[in-house]
Design a protein around this ligand. Structure first.
Ligand code: SAH
Length: 225
């Protein structure tokens, strides 16, 4: 295994547009926007989002906006990351979380700071490689695989929660089957331009569903690249 040196402390800390002050301003915005979970705010206030995007865009890392990460994909808007993470908390016994759509790795990194075990699947190899490098640099314990998220990760199932960061019209039953009774799925559902963030809870008798608001995610795509 190759060892990767952590980024120099100055790069982690950031300066100017990537400084702690810029992060604090973002957290204030999230708070005003209605994010109430202090642990989520604390984690996002400490995590260097600028290390998850290309250096050329680093100055925009703490704007509350999605940004391109290459291969036609985006790092999710911080507000949406906060909302999705918050919607997994406050439910008893959520320890083991599976994310579909690693992308930059930022959402997985936020999850890893708050939940015991985090798994993530990405269909685009090049993005996954970069995300893995960031996980190592930041010392994050996240299991990842290059695969089509539709299949889930049966070897590690059941999961307490599945979170999808790409949108589709419905969730594959193979994936739903990997959620334990009492577990949840948080995912953007619907066609482009008409997506709703939903939280589905698996009861003994079936699934219940609540809406968390309108969102805009990249589409869920079949197969690997
Ligand atoms: N969570 C990411 C968001 C990335 S955008 C972040 O924090 O940066 C959504 C990602 O989902 C893209 O990288 C896209 O390649 C991936 N994706 C789309 N369909 C997928 C599928 N079927 N399986 C796994 N990943 C998928």
């Amino acid at each position: 295994m190759t060892r990767i040196a952590p980024p120099p402390p100055a790069a982690m800390k950031g300066a100017g547009m990537t400084s702690q002050r810029a992060r604090d301003r973002l957290i204030e915005r999230l708070r005003i926007g209605g994010i109430k979970d202090e642990a989520v705010l604390e984690v996002m206030g400490a995590l260097p989002r600028h290390l998850f995007i290309d250096e050329a865009l680093a100055s925009r890392a703490y704007e509350d906006t999605a940004l391109p990460i290459g291969m036609g994909q985006t790092i999710s808007q911080p507000y949406v990351v906060a909302l999705m993470t918050q919607s997994l908390r406050g439910i008893a016994g959520i320890d083991k979380v599976l994310e579909i759509g690693t992308g930059s790795g930022y959402q997985a990194a936020v999850l890893a700071k708050l939940f015991k075990e985090v798994f993530t699947i990405e269909r685009i190899d090049e993005l996954l490689r970069m995300a893995r490098k960031r996980f190592r640099q930041l010392g994050l314990n996240i299991r990842s695989k290059h695969d089509d998220g539709n299949i889930g990760w049966p070897e590690y199932a059941p999961f307490d929660a599945v979170i999808a960061t790409a949108a589709r019209e419905s969730i594959d039953p193979r994936l739903l089957d990997q959620v334990r009774i009492g577990g949840i799925v948080v995912a953007p559902i619907g066609p482009p331009g008409q997506q709703t963030l939903v939280r589905m809870t698996r009861g003994a008798e079936g699934w219940s569903r609540e809406s968390l608001g309108a969102v805009s995610f990249v589409p869920w795509v079949k197969g690997v690249a």
